[in-house]
Design a protein around this ligand. Structure first.
Ligand code: CMP
Length: 143
């Protein structure tokens, strides 16, 4: 079954949105496999956002993601990577549709509440970067 990496960013944690965000994915029917509140080491942030290394906002992005705790998660379910991206909404909150997480709560492109893997390859890379195997619960979701 497909898995994705989702992270409530420091702005989402500070605004008390962890529960709201978890509820949206639970209500949709996805299975929570892992979750942890953590302050991100700079090296991990730089590895996570390596594809943006040459962008002018890279330093700002790493400063922000290491500025306070994030809530990192793995969710599982059919087509969860694509569907989670739809539930998150577009990267720029001004373009994110109402009803999506960024559309409802995001204010700026830098502080846009949540990150989610954008492809199966990213999901695999990000899951192994943020979690070890022992942190991933294996259980049947029966209802
Ligand atoms: P995310 O999905 O976490 O992946 C890359 C992030 O870069 C993206 O969300 C945005 O928060 C951030 N980002 C994109 N464009 C800009 C920008 N112009 N200034 C600051 N951050 C940006």
């Amino acid at each position: 079954m497909e898995k994705t990496f989702l992270m409530v960013k420091p702005d989402g944690v500070q605004r008390g949105l962890i529960g709201e965000i978890i509820s949206r994915f639970e209500n949709k029917g996805y299975k929570l496999v892992s979750g942890k509140l953590m302050t991100v080491p700079r090296e991990l942030a730089e590895q996570h956002y390596a594809e943006h290394k040459e962008r002018p906002f890279f330093g700002e992005l790493v400063d922000f993601i290491t500025s306070g705790p994030v809530f990192a998660m793995i969710w599982e379910g059919e087509d969860v990577i694509t569907t989670a991206r739809q539930m998150m909404g577009k990267t720029k909150p001004s373009e994110a549709a109402p009803g999506t997480i960024r559309g409802d709560f995001g204010m700026t492109v830098g502080k846009n509440i949540i990150h989610g893997s954008d492809s199966p390859a990213s999901a695999e890379r990000e899951i192994s970067l943020w979690f070890n195997k022992e942190e991933q619960s294996v259980y049947e979701k029966t209802i």
